[in-house]
Design a protein around this ligand. Structure first.
Ligand SMILES: NC(=O)c1ccc[n+]([C@@H]2O[C@H](COP(=O)([O-])OP(=O)(O)OC[C@H]3O[C@@H](n4cnc5c(N)ncnc54)[C@H](O)[C@@H]3O)[C@@H](O)[C@H]2O)c1
Length: 350
């Protein structure tokens, strides 16, 4: 099996999560890491907060044999690398991404892809001009329960969808990031862009691009000026009723919640604290068995898939096309505009 060589930019929460996943992916190898923080480049990740998926952060990472750079642009020049994986704070995505595509690399970039619509337009042009592969960490598309529900809806297994609700509620992330960038609206875009975007993206994936959105939100609950809680209605010509809610202002000890309820003609598909279940109108309850093997999360699924596509020369379009990702980012930008203006906003697709 040809080994696919990965250069990882950013060794914070998401970078260390990706690092741990690649370590166990057959035929994938992280050969270079870039981070502005010299300490992390020694393998000391004790300052990285949040350890879902990457184990105990007090144990240093073994970076033996891995080239390290403090500047991501130097990593991009490294001839050995097949995939540049970008896991830095959102405002730094665009420059790295454009340079990596220009250098002829395949690119995996973390969500929410970029901070502004102007950046989105530049990325769209660069992706169109590149003959390399490009995917974004819109991991919910590949998250086993969400993917299963998506397949049920695509196949019309339980009839048409009548209404759908998605929720993503996090304890406060104040203090959880490099220089506390999540709490700076100019950097993260607040919870609406950094967190709720996952559901905006999944709504796009399941129902297509909405024509307009109506959002209400609360600003500066924990961050300096970000929209820290939002509720959105996504409007479609076919009238399906779709809403999503997201926020990151709760007390630190509140468990993270990601949930959905999709009401179809013959059953309700639901993920919540009771697990993933299908409640049929005839009274039966089905708990689907999800065969995830060694790839328990959407992060595992998406990276495994992308690495395999690069190795096999297969366009990575199982979960996403660039256009569907650009549409999701344009939709969340319309949501921000709707909160700010207090009006329904037509989505401006780029
Ligand atoms: N897909 C998901 O579920 C998910 C979850 C969390 C974060 N993310 C995304 O991942 C990205 C990173 O978030 P995080 O939680 O890992 O943040 P973090 O603050 O934990 O880590 C950021 C890392 O980038 C480094 N860094 C900062 N500026 C840099 C630069 N210019 N060049 C190189 N390194 C730099 C920092 O030293 C730090 O190690 C964000 O875009 C975020 O939205 C995705």
């Amino acid at each position: 099996m040809k080994e696919i060589k990965i250069g990882l930019i950013g060794l914070g929460f998401m970078g260390t999560t990706h690092f741990g996943i690649y370590k166990n992916l057959p035929g994938a190898k992280v050969v270079a890491i870039a981070d502005v923080d010299e300490v992390k480049l020694t393998g000391d990740i004790s300052k990285v907060v949040g350890n879902i998926g990457n184990g105990d952060n007090s144990i240093p990472l073994d970076l033996t044999g891995i080239k390290t750079y403090q500047n991501g642009f130097d990593l991009i020049k490294d001839q050995e690398i097949d995939i540049v994986d970008i896991c830095v704070p959102t405002p730094f995505h665009t420059e790295y991404l454009l340079k990596a595509l220009e250098a002829g690399k395949n690119v995996f970039c973390e969500k929410p892809l970029c901070r502004t619509l102007d950046e989105l337009k530049k990325i769209k042009t660069a992706v169109a001009e590149s003959d390399k592969f490009f995917n974004v960490g819109m991991c919910v598309r590949a998250w086993p329960e969400y993917r299963h529900a998506w397949e049920l809806v695509q196949n019309g297994t339980y009839g048409k969808v009548k209404s759908a609700l998605f929720r993503r509620l996090s304890p406060s992330v104040d203090g959880n990031s490099w220089n506390n960038w999540f709490m700076q609206e100019k950097m993260s875009g607040g919870a609406i862009l950094d967190l709720h975007l996952h559901d905006t993206d999944f709504v796009n994936y399941m129902f297509g691009a909405p024509t307009s959105v109506t959002s209400v939100g609360a600003k500066a609950l924990v961050s300096d000026n970000g929209i820290d809680h939002v509720v959105t209605s996504y409007e479609y010509d076919n009238g399906v009723f779709v809403t999503a809610e997201g926020g990151w202002a709760a007390a630190k000890n509140v468990p993270f919640e990601m949930s959905f309820q999709i009401i179809c003609e013959k059953a309700t598909i639901k993920l919540d604290a009771n697990g993933y279940n299908i409640y049929c109108n005839d009274g039966t309850v089905i708990t689907p068995e999800l065969n995830v093997g060694d790839l328990p999360t959407g992060w595992h699924q998406e990276l495994n898939y992308f690495v395999n596509c690069v190795r096999d020369g297969v366009t990575p379009d199982k979960y996403q096309t660039p256009e569907s990702i650009f549409n999701a980012v344009a939709t969340v930008m319309a949501e921000i505009e709707s909160v700010e203006s207090g009006k329904k906003v037509e989505v401006k697709y780029v």
